[in-house]
Design a protein around this ligand. Structure first.
Ligand code: NAD
Length: 290
């Protein structure tokens, strides 16, 4: 499954819809991205999000803050963005420096601008099947499954990882009573016993544990669908950057056995950004009636 291709298709559609808004003199979507400190991976993610905004015709504001910014200063900045009518979506790139409470930051962003879908209200609404913003990575996975018309009804999905941003939300989303969903979902984590046996029963495996090349072919049933969420920087002296990016799936090994698989890079990563763009567009369009 080619995340680059599908994310481009999603962005092309969004660009058309944004052009239509411009032609109708409607407000254009505006994403505010907050980047704290100088984490190399975070810099890369935020740069691609800002670039995608410009590709689809959105306005974006990048707010760079020093690593030693106090929690109060950051909360004040978020309050300012909450109150700014022009800003439709607010994204605070994680992880945060240790002296800042991630939970406090997540809960400060207005749910109406929570395009990352991490606020407890957004999560609660998602659990109850109410309109909300889905967290970007699981939403991107759904868009990918949908694009490739992967059947999920009655299938056994094994999710490896139970984080609030990937494992837990995707498990809830795939068990909902509509496509892509209606699956029987097993959530595995660091305390799961017999993980290999459970994976071997899976029609679809979603690997989101952050352990490079963890999933091997002997853990995968013939013909299974494998979605690799993992992104880990692994030291690689042959690369100019000094590192290469590895997923949670041993691609060369597993791809011989499964029917569909996502590569890393070029799989779930670009879909996460496409989903974030979808959420930002939605947040803007929600203001049409205000
Ligand atoms: P996390 O560290 O918050 O959670 C990891 C989960 O994996 C935990 O629930 C843990 O219980 C489970 N786990 C760890 N070791 C395990 C093992 N041996 N067996 C079974 N379960 C195990 O991670 P996260 O934030 O969910 O991210 C997971 C991976 O996905 C990371 O590599 C991250 O960089 C990547 N990620 C990618 C995207 C994207 O856009 N592609 C987005 C978010 C996260």
């Amino acid at each position: 499954m080619d995340g680059k291709l599908v994310s481009q298709a999603v962005k092309d559609r969004l660009k058309q819809q944004t052009d239509a808004r411009r032609a109708a003199c409607k407000k254009l979507p505006h994403l505010a991205a907050v980047l704290i400190g100088n984490n190399g991976a975070s810099e890369t993610y935020v740069a691609s999000k800002v670039k995608s905004c410009s590709e689809v015709g959105f306005t974006s504001t990048l707010i760079r803050l020093a690593e030693d910014i106090s929690e109060v200063q950051l909360l004040n900045k978020l309050t300012e963005l909450n109150e700014d009518f022009d800003v439709d979506g607010i994204l605070v790139q994680l992880p945060l420096p240790k002296h800042i409470s991630e939970q406090k930051i997540i809960e400060t962003i207005y749910p109406s601008k929570d395009v990352d879908g991490f606020h407890p209200e957004s999560v609660g609404r998602m659990v109850q099947g109410l309109p909300t913003y889905y967290p970007a990575t699981p939403y991107g996975i759904l868009l990918l499954l949908e694009h490739y018309k992967i059947e999920t009804k009655g299938k056994h999905v094994v999710v490896i990882g139970r984080s609030n941003i990937v494992g837990r939300p995707i498990s809830i989303m795939l068990s909902k009573n509509e496509y892509p969903g209606n699956a029987t979902v097993t959530v595995c984590h660091s305390h799961t016993s017999h993980l290999k046996e459970i994976c071997l029963q899976a029609d679809i495996i979603i690997a989101a544990l952050g352990k490079p090349e963890f999933l091997k072919a002997d853990m995968v049933k013939e013909g299974a669908v494998v979605v690799d969420v993992g992104i880990t920087r692994v030291s690689d002296p042959s690369k100019k950057s000094g590192f290469s990016i590895k997923g949670d799936v041993d691609f060369a090994d597993v791809s011989t056995k499964c029917s569909y698989i996502t590569p890393v890079p070029g799989g779930v990563g670009p879909m996460t950004i496409a989903a974030l763009m979808m959420n930002t567009f939605k947040a803007c369009a929600a203001k049409d009636s205000v």
